[in-house]
Design a protein around this ligand. Structure first.
Ligand code: NAD
Length: 476
């Protein structure tokens, strides 16, 4: 069985405890992971705190920090195949997707490498001739980066990149479900030559490792991605250290299709929008809101596409839908689909628990136009699409906004005037019009409502890892 290690203060360590990681394609244990508890967390935060204030890191210029980040980006690119394979092996996310996403990971590090020496302070025009007053931008401090299991390398990159560009140090907590790629990534941080303690990577369980990290007195900022319930715990923990938080949480994203849309292209986007990553994506377009006059036609196209999706081993390049990451998630999905059907929703396709080994669940579409089904309400984090329909723009909008979440949304129409009206009124941090899932390091990403606060990507994300110091200098 493969063994992985923590990376603390520039050293690779086994840790006093360990746990087994399961291969989601077979359900069998394949690797032994170190398990961090309070003492390991304390060592990592202490190392990050020391590295923030003394030694090589605070003495580096912003340009030099950027060069280290460029080196890291190159190492991610040259180790892409290995990282993608580990992510697939440990989480079941298909190799086609993990390979494509690693390219983005390198791109994000490159973007923040270039940004490191473009973070500026400012001069204030105070009405006093004998005073010079300016704002210095300084690193916010030690950052606790807590990530979920899905897209770990990517979700870590959107925190590590801007935090390092801003001059912070970090303790990154990989999810206990599938930590292998992030623990392996730590070896690239080491190879890139970051001073010891600047980036520390560990894993462990939320209630022990995650809690110890997010309430640690030396942590100044918590960059968290995960579910809303966990976020509430994290915010409670932050009441102890009064750390600032940025929260990237779940979603129940509406995917709105008007009758005048290009239905074929909307259907392709919907299939990718809900079944990519086996539906385990925060931006999954999990609520189809389709104009009633084209509902049957659109569902027929979707059903054919969903049934043609190739389900198989996540390590095969031609697999389009792989297993779920954990059996507990699969059982939860199965239960909610069964309860929705029992409530009167109609299965269009899928919805059965396969007998095969591994944590597979088929692409599923449920018509919920006649009943208020549980699958419409909560985030399932699986390959399940709930269908609703409308007869007016107002009704489409009301259905779209009928959720406490507000992460992403998709809008398909040829009528740009209507699109502009809808864009203004959709309660979501991202609106994709006639496209879905587009991302770029330049474009901020984040949620409204219970999908969280703070933005990742773009210049503003780097500024979130800084704080300002106001300087008053008497000149005469
Ligand atoms: P999760 O909330 O269960 O876990 C996320 C992380 O929090 C893990 O590392 C976990 O160990 C840690 N954690 C758990 N309890 C903790 C505690 N008490 N204190 C501190 N840390 C704790 O999420 P998950 O099941 O791994 O991932 C799925 C969720 O993540 C979904 O809701 C999904 O929508 C969300 N997500 C959001 C985004 C986004 O960018 N908005 C991206 C991906 C995933």
């Amino acid at each position: 069985m493969r063994r992985f290690q923590h990376y603390i203060d520039g050293n690779f360590e086994d840790g006093a405890h360990s746990f087994e990681s399961l291969d989601p394609a077979t359900g069998a244990a394949w690797a032994e992971m170190p398990e961090a508890r309070e003492a390991d967390v304390d060592s990592a935060v202490t190392a990050a705190h020391k590295a923030l204030h003394a030694g090589a890191w605070p003495a580096l210029t912003a340009t030099a920090r950027g060069k280290l980040l460029y080196r890291l980006a190159d190492l991610v690119a040259s180790n892409a195949a290995k990282l993608a394979e580990l992510e697939t092996q440990d989480t079941g996310k298909i190799i086609r997707e993990t390979s494509a996403q690693i390219a983005y990971v390198a791109e994000y590090y490159r973007y923040y490498a270039g940004l490191a020496d473009k973070i500026e302070g400012s001069h204030l025009a105070i009405d006093k001739p004998d005073m010079d007053v300016w704002l210095r931008r300084e690193p916010v401090g030690v950052v606790a980066a807590v990530v979920p299991w899905n897209s770990q390398l990517f979700l870590a990159a959107v925190k590590i990149g801007p935090a390092l560009a801003a001059g912070c140090t970090l303790v990154v907590k990989a999810s206990e479900d599938g930590p292998a790629p992030l623990l392996e990534f730590a070896r690239l941080v080491h190879e890139a030559g970051f001073p010891a303690g600047v980036v520390n990577v560990l894993t462990g369980f939320g209630a022990t490792c995650g809690a110890a990290l997010t309430r640690h007195p030396k942590v100044a900022h918590i960059a968290f991605t995960g579910g809303p319930e966990t976020a509430r715990q994290v915010v409670r923990n932050s009441a102890e250290n009064l750390a600032s938080t940025s929260l990237e949480l779940g979603g129940k994203s509406p995917f709105i299709v008007f009758a005048d849309a290009d239905l074929e292209s909307a259907a392709n986007a919907q299939v990718a929008g809900i079944f990519a990553a086996t539906g385990q994506s925060c931006v999954a377009g999990s609520r189809l809101i389709v104009e009633a006059s084209v509902k049957d036609r659109f569902l027929a196209i979707l059903k054919a596409k969903a049934e043609a999706v190739k389900i198989g081993s996540p390590l095969d390049m031609d697999t389009e839908v792989g297993p779920l990451c954990t059996n507990r998630q699969r059982e939860l999905i199965g239960d909610i689909v069964a309860r929705s059907v029992a409530a009167g929703a109609e299965l269009v396709t899928g919805g059965h628990m396969p007998e095969t080994p591994g944590f597979y669940y088929p692409p599923t579409i449920i018509d919920c136009t006649k009943v208020k089904a549980p699958s419409v309400e909560r985030e399932l984090f699986g390959p399940v699409l709930s269908v609703l329909s409308f007869t007016s723009e107002e009704e489409a909008l009301a259905l779209a906004n009928d959720t406490p979440f507000g992460l992403a949304s998709g809008l398909f129409t040829q009528n740009l005037t209507r699109a502009h009206r809808m864009i203004k009124r959709i309660h979501a941090g991202v609106v994709w019009v006639n496209t879905y899932r587009a991302v770029s390091p330049i474009a901020p990403f984040g949620g409204y409502g219970q999908s969280g606060h703070g933005r990742e990507g773009g210049l503003a994300a780097a500024l979130d890892f800084t704080r300002t110091k106001t300087v008053w200098l008497r000149t005469s």
